[in-house]
Write a protein that binds this ligand. Structure first.
Ligand SMILES: C[C@H](O)[C@H](O)[C@H]1CNC2=NC(N)=NC(=O)C2=N1
Length: 113
C-alpha cells in the first residue's frame, strides 16, 4: 500500500498516523483516545432510552459492517471503537464515532436541554 494519506485511502482501513489522530481528537472532544481504541460514556435519560440508543447504534454499525464494543450500566452506555483487523484506529472508527455522536444528539438533545 505504501505511503497513502487518509484521503487517498478509499476503504478507510489504514491505521491513522499521529497527525491525523491529533486532528480528529480535537473534532471528537468527548471521546477518550487510547493507543488503539477510542471510548465515550453516554448518559441516557432513562435505562430504556439507553437501550433504544444502543439499538440505533447497532443498525448504524451493521450498515457499515463496523461494530463497536458496547457496555450498558443502567443509564450509562459506553462505546469503544477500534478496527481489530487493522490492529488500531482507522477512519472507520472516526466516522462511526461521529455518527454515534449525531444519533445521541438527535435522540436526546431536546430532553437534555
Ligand atoms: C469481514 C468484516 O468486514 C470484518 O469482520 C469486520 C466486521 N466488523 C468489525 N468491526 C470492528 N470494530 N473492527 C473490525 O475489524 C471489524 N471487522
Amino acid at each position: 500500500m505504501g505511503f497513502m494519506t487518509a484521503s487517498q485511502d478509499q476503504t478507510g482501513d489504514e491505521l491513522l498516523g499521529a497527525d491525523r489522530i491529533a486532528e480528529v481528537a480535537s473534532a471528537l472532544p468527548e471521546w477518550d483516545f487510547g493507543d488503539s481504541v477510542i471510548r465515550r460514556d453516554f448518559s441516557a435519560p432513562t435505562f430504556l432510552d439507553g437501550i433504544a440508543f444502543v439499538g440505533r447504534i447497532a443498525t448504524e454499525a451493521e450498515n457499515r459492517d463496523h461494530h463497536p464494543d458496547i457496555d450498558i450500566r443502567w443509564r450509562t452506555v459506553t462505546i469503544a471503537l477500534s478496527t481489530h483487523s487493522a490492529g488500531g484506529l482507522t477512519e472507520l472508527d472516526i466516522a462511526l464515532a461521529g455518527a454515534i455522536d449525531d444519533l445521541f444528539h438527535e435522540m436526546f438533545d431536546s430532553r437534555n436541554g
